[in-house]
Ligand binder design. Structure first.
Ligand SMILES: [Zn+2]
Length: 137
């Protein structure tokens, strides 16, 4: 997965630790970064959840660390993609998305048949996160 940087070079996808307020470490945040001009940005698909997590931590958070991929489906998928290959191509990520969506839909049916409201809500959230796609190849 790559993105064109404002300097004209290509940005590559990385998983980075974001330190919030100097106290909270958020691991496995997917970002695009440029080796030419060192610009980096959080990938747009995960921004709402990262913003949400930071808002929840508040202005004076307790010291601690989080695995971002445990609360965001996109980050989780990219951690999986990078475990297979250091710099996964967009079509490989697309294939993983399709697999993940199918798996979530299967789980959704199962959760529904068990009338497990909390589980249904969780799967709904994960499906929403993953359907936020603005990927460009
Ligand atoms: Zn650049």
């Amino acid at each position: 997965m790559r993105k064109k940087c404002t300097c004209g070079d290509m940005m590559t996808m990385k998983l980075r630790t974001v330190i919030y307020s100097g106290k909270v470490e958020i691991d496995n945040v997917p970002i695009f970064s440029c080796t030419s001009c060192s610009r980096s940005e959080v990938i747009p698909e995960v921004k709402p959840d990262l913003t949400g997590l930071i808002a929840k931590l508040g202005a004076d958070p307790h010291k601690g660390s989080f695995l971002f991929n445990e609360c965001n489906e996109w980050a989780d998928l990219l951690v999986e993609a990078k475990a297979n290959k250091q710099q996964p191509e967009a079509h490989e990520v697309e294939a993983l998305i399709e697999q993940r969506v199918n798996m979530l839909l299967d789980l959704y049916l199962l959760a529904q048949s068990l009338n497990d409201e909390a589980w249904i809500a969780d799967i709904n959230k994960r499906l929403n996160q993953i359907s936020r796609r603005t990927l460009h190849t």
